[in-house]
Design a protein around this ligand. Structure first.
Ligand SMILES: CC(C)(COP(=O)(O)OP(=O)(O)OC[C@H]1O[C@@H](n2cnc3c(N)ncnc32)[C@H](O)[C@@H]1OP(=O)(O)O)[C@@H](O)C(=O)NCCC(=O)NCCS
Length: 177
């Protein structure tokens, strides 16, 4: 299963991707707005651990963003459980050299559509840390609605921040934004 964007492919990660993943992920500007489980510095061992975890995972929920046969980012839907099992949480990152070209907006649109079609979710949400205006803009462009702000909800690099919650419902999704 692959999803095709303009100039990039979303696909399952492979063992041969570890080196390019490490190269692009090892950037404090990328990790700054991600959870601490995304390491910084990002070593080859970190990349190999991630590939081993995800290379056979089914259903496919964690996509590598491949550009010119290199893994230059990732986008995933994490499925929640118990009574929250109709909700997915989307997260993403992209190598700095490709920022500002509309890649993640398109990737969010593709993966949102994939999830509503294949993963039995009725709602997809995202939590964006305060000051990450690029990510908030991505979600707005992809049709997500800001639902609220969770005050002092996260701590990253020693700084306490608000978390802005965005979401889209299945009936709101429009392909090809
Ligand atoms: C956030 C991120 C994923 C965006 O990816 P991208 O492919 O550059 O995003 P796009 O090009 O699709 O859209 C970015 C939008 O944000 C805008 N933007 C970028 N920096 C901005 C800033 N500092 N302030 C306001 N808007 C900004 C861009 O102008 C663009 O909007 P536009 O099309 O209206 O001009 C990327 O910067 C990244 O990987 N950041 C680090 C990891 C991260 O923050 N992940 C998200 C966690 S919630």
């Amino acid at each position: 299963m692959e999803l095709q964007g303009e100039g990039f492919t979303l696909r399952q990660i492979r063992l041969t991707d570890a080196a390019s993943l490490q190269k692009h992920a090892d950037n404090p500007k990328v990790s700054a707005f991600l959870m601490d489980r995304f390491p910084s510095p990002y070593t080859l061992a970190d990349a190999e651990f991630w590939v081993n975890l995800m290379q056979h995972k089914q259903p496919l929920t964690h996509f590598a963003i491949a550009i010119n046969n290199e893994v230059c980012g990732g986008i995933a839907i994490e499925l929640m459980n118990d009574v929250n099992r109709i909700t997915g949480e989307i997260g993403y990152w992209l190598a700095e050299q490709y920022w500002g070209q509309g890649i993640i907006t398109q990737a969010v649109n593709l993966v949102t559509g994939y999830a509503f079609k294949n993963l039995s979710v009725l709602r997809i949400q995202a939590g964006v840390y305060h000051k990450n205006t690029a990510s908030m803009r991505v979600l707005e462009k992809a049709g997500y609605t800001k639902e609220g702000v969770l005050r002092n909800a996260v701590i990253k690099n020693g700084v306490v921040m608000d978390k802005h919650v965005y979401a889209i419902l299945k009936e709101e999704y429009q392909q090809g934004i």
